[in-house]
Design a binder for this molecule. Structure first.
Ligand code: ADP
Ligand code: MG
Length: 617
């Protein structure tokens, strides 16, 4: 028997390898764009004809190549990017395997024009299926132009596999976006069938996002930024209200390389939880810089997956930085006393006569007597530690040297005049003053200015988080009713209440059926008054139904949302100072003190600088 094994000719081997690297025209686009970036280009043109089937051309003003390099670059494993194995651990370039051009050349007709900036003349090289057809000296611009014609001309089976032009060109556009997004320092243009698709000049990352995705992104983006010793994160997330049901605006880049990472995607999604309807996907454009040594180097050029050594830590950091930004963005820098007409603000009853905003004065108040200071009786250790957080956040207890001169705003003013003397000045610095505005907002001085809190939204957040915590631990405290009320509902609400009865038991409601759409209320949550139970339960059922349709959240979350909304103090409710203090303290013990569960701004700050600016307009 003769031997049967033989080596495949290079051309066939290259074609097989090419199938892996160049799966479709978009893969060639990606490789050529990345080579141009590695060559240090500041301007890159992409020209496509017939979705890349007829022509893919990339023209750059990068380093260019010598005539020998121009020849060599098409050889398999020909690369200028690594020299030995150790280089593999500090790869910062897009390519390094030296496979892309060899693969492209194996399955297309390629025309390369290239000139280094210091050379007078360049090289023109024509190849067809790896064979060099001609090489000559030519006049051309500094940089490199690769024209890839008739992709898969020699592999008809493969060519037949290509999808319709619109599909292939969508893939190309997506590759172009990925590369253009993360390289805002480079100007790009993209033509398809002689029409300009997009052109962007050198800009910032934010501007690049706006240039590529549209002007309306100007208002939508919230910055994220965090530098740690494991990862440096920066970029932008879309505001929750712009989350879409379809994928498409999710971009992670690791060391300037686009990646897909379901695990990290989950981190972002998790941070957005509660803020967006179920099945909506937040937009994000996030770049991460990680020491290349901490990334698995065995990344295939066509793959967009990456493995990190310390994935869990990166997950935690990413989640927290996104959460933080989501929180921060609602801190509007402007004085905005306008309340947008929102669904969750119940109008006061017609009989309600608005009172003058009164400053409650305690004539016996002694600023130096700290024993009387209100402490919420049920302050937990978690609340205490979190309180320190918010004090830090707002620099509430800043010392004298940090307080700019002549910038006292004194609200708790027992003498109805601006108090200038030192004693009162120190009072202001040692105690944050609180009052209620229009029975609707809690206003507190902080060292940087004023903090204005929407009482209903704040309370809603507090209740929501305590319910969610209760759901995960034991159930809330219920106060047993001495004289249980009987409440009758309409038939459909009665049905729903019946269905939810066991669930709301965990929130402190003990409700038993009494027949004919009636229920006996034996116990209610400890923190509500029994006078408006019917109203609360009806409101809760209403919100629950609405959430089922609009937000489609999980049943338990929906209940917590609906109860929190209906049990929160309403505008118009007069609060005592200890109550206000307790709301402030408990609010800042929450994980998201700035946004209500229904995604509304809870607080705004007005800084002294902003006040000064307004007075000097
Ligand atoms: P890799 O990028 O992995 O090194 P390629 O096959 O993509 O492999 O490219 C081979 C080499 O050709 C590169 O290492 C680089 O030296 C050179 N090269 C490719 N494209 C360009 C370009 N646009 N400008 C300058 N040099 C280039
Ligand atoms: Mg390359």
């Amino acid at each position: 028997m003769p031997d049967i094994i033989h080596l495949l000719p290079d051309s066939v081997a290259n074609q097989i390898a090419a199938g892996e690297v160049i799966q479709r025209p978009a893969s060639a686009v990606k490789e050529l764009l990345e080579n141009a970036i590695d060559a240090g280009a500041t301007s890159i043109e992409l020209i496509i004809k017939d979705a890349g089937k007829t022509l893919i051309q990339v023209i750059d003003n990068g380093s260019g190549m010598s005539d020998t390099d121009a020849r060599l670059c098409f050889e398999r494993h020909a690369t200028s990017k690594i020299k030995d194995a150790s280089d593999l651990f500090c790869i910062r370039t897009m390519g390094f395997r030296g496979e892309a051009l060899a693969s492209i050349a194996a399955i297309a007709q390629v025309e390369l024009k290239t000139r280094r900036h210091d050379d007078d003349l360049g090289t023109l090289l024509i190849l067809e299926g790896t064979d060099v057809k001609s090489q000559e000296i030519c006049q051309c611009a500094a940089g490199t132009s690769f024209a890839v014609k008739n992709l898969y001309f020699n592999v008809p089976a493969r060519r037949n596999f290509l999808k319709a032009d619109n599909i292939e060109s969508t893939h190309i556009t997506e590759e172009f976006y990925r590369v253009a997004l993360i390289n805002p320092q480079i100007a790009f243009s993209y033509h398809h069938n002689n029409k300009l698709v997009i052109q962007v000049s050198k800009s910032t990352f934010k501007q690049r996002i706006i240039n590529l995705f549209g002007k309306n992104f100007t208002e939508r983006l919230i910055p994220v930024e965090q530098e740690t010793n494991v990862v440096a994160i920066n970029g932008f997330i879309g505001k929750p209200e712009f989350a879409k049901k379809v994928r498409g605006e999710q971009y992670f880049f690791i060391n300037k390389r686009f990646i897909k990472h379901p695990y990290l995607h989950h981190a972002v999604e998790n941070a957005f939880q509660e803020l967006i309807p179920e099945k909506s996907i937040p937009s994000y454009f996030i770049q991460m810089e990680v020491d290349p040594k901490l990334i698995d180097i065995n990344i295939h050029p066509t793959k967009t997956e990456v493995k990190f050594q310390d994935e869990k830590t990166i997950y935690a950091i990413l989640r927290s930085v996104v959460k933080q930004s989501l929180g921060k963005f609602s801190l509007s820098p402007s004085i905005d006393f306008e309340v947008e007409p929102s669904l969750d603000l119940n109008p006061p009853p017609a009989s309600y006569i608005p009172k003058e905003p009164a400053i409650k004065i305690d004539p016996y108040y002694n600023p130096f007597d700290h024993s009387k200071a209100f402490k919420p009786s049920n302050e937990s250790p978690r609340e205490r530690s979190n309180k320190q957080n918010w004090e830090k956040l707002f620099d509430i207890r800043e010392t004298n040297q940090n307080v700019p001169e002549n910038t006292h705003i004194i609200v708790k003013n027992t003498q109805h005049k601006l108090i200038e003397d030192n004693e009162q000045a120190s009072l202001e610095q040692n105690h944050n003053n609180i009052f209620q505005l229009k029975n609707r907002y809690i206003v507190s001085t902080i060292s940087s200015g004023l903090l204005i809190i929407d009482q209903q939204r704040a309370h809603e957040r507090i209740l929501y988080e305590s319910y969610m915590a209760g759901l995960n631990n034991l159930h809330s405290v219920s106060q047993q009713q001495l004289f249980p009320q009987t409440i009758t509902f309409n038939p459909s609400d009665a049905d729903l209440l019946n269905e939810l009865r066991n669930d709301i038991f965990f929130f402190g409601f003990e409700i038993n059926e009494f027949g004919k759409n009636s229920f006996i209320i034996n116990g209610i949550p400890a923190d509500i008054e029994d006078t408006n139970i019917k109203e609360i339960l009806e409101g809760m059922l209403e919100s629950y139904k609405k959430n089922m349709i609009d937000v489609k959240v999980d049943k338990k979350i929906n209940l917590a949302l609906s109860l929190a909304r209906n049990m929160a103090v309403k505008p118009g409710k007069r609060l005592t100072e200890p109550e206000m203090q307790s709301i402030i303290d408990r609010l800042f013990a929450c994980s998201l003190p700035e946004i209500s569960p229904s995604n509304k701004k809870i607080l705004i700050t007005v800084t002294i600088d902003e006040l000064n600016e307004n007075f000097n307009k």
